[in-house]
Design a protein around this ligand. Sequence first.
Ligand code: SF4
Length: 377
Amino acid sequence: MTTNNIERLQQRLGLSRREFLKFCTGVAATMGLSTEAALAMAETVADQAANRKKRPPVIWLHGQECTGPSETLLRSEHPTLERLLLDMISLDYHQTLDCGAGHQVEHMKDASMAANKGKYLLVIEGSIPTKDGGIYCKIADKTMLQHTIEAAEHAAAIVAFGSCASWGGVQSVGINPTEARGAQEILKDKLVVNIPGCPPNPYNFLATVMHFVTFGNLPELDDQNRPKFAYGRLIHENCERRPHFDAGRFAMEFGDEGHQQGWCLYKLGCKGPETYANCPAVEFNDIGGGTWPVGVGHPCFGCAEDGVGFTKPLFSLADVKTHTPPNEFPLIDQREGSASASPGASALAGAVVGAAVGAGAMAAKKMGTDSDNSDQG
Ligand code: SF4
């Protein structure tokens, strides 16, 4: 990276060179990539910020949704992800961020897609209604269904950002009056990368785009086409309340003693045990120092998991994919060897592996925080 490139980045992102490299290393580490990959990503972003490399065009469509995915991207800080993103890509069309309107922006979209066949990234936000020919969501006199099929035809890659675009989201559950669908159901012959969540984590989107822009391909995906780096583990595995789950300490009502003490929210309907996402590790609002629902006392809603979020009522208990806690635990102030401790002993022994995994993850996170702090010194 040249000094000019770094200075430009400092100005735009409000980051020092060190902070920027640290951020890229964090992104690479999240995806399980090497330091060399981090440097390659940093190099690519810096080059694109300095206009030394052509930025890939992005066409961003909105269907049925609340604009939460765009909002979550725009509201993040340190670094401001939207600036970082806008330094890497050319956002040629975004229905809520475009300055222009009407025929002008539609012309821009058509021109960009025609000039960049096979090179642009298509991002879809929101579900796509299919009932009655898709008339329940129209933009510029075309249905979202038409927009989606047209834009997907020559896209280099397609990303469904948010649960609505990934699998239909809240619009698709229950009676589904508009027959809302996720992008993959419409584009059956295309690969659609799903980044679900309500809202989805902007960091996961940014990491996926950085990977695509730097290496020209997508990160490894799971069987639901979700990036494995972000959806490879259950929330329950990395949750900071996991030691309470393993010890049988549960909040039973909102505001009760256990809730105030930060105990496990399983009995309040937390869906962390059956939802795959990296929310506890990455958090929201401010990467590494932000917050997430369980962290502030709200049970995980399972928004990132098809068949859980918006489908299972909040009050229902999650299927515990690791192990099911017994109904009876030893009291927490009873010592080892106490006769009354025996009913839960085998369950607790069975939880050791899970606890070790959870503790290891939390220790790693804590080490990261500590080293972050020491770096500032
Ligand atoms: S049940 Fe929920 S609150 Fe409890 S440890 Fe699992 S993810 Fe965390």
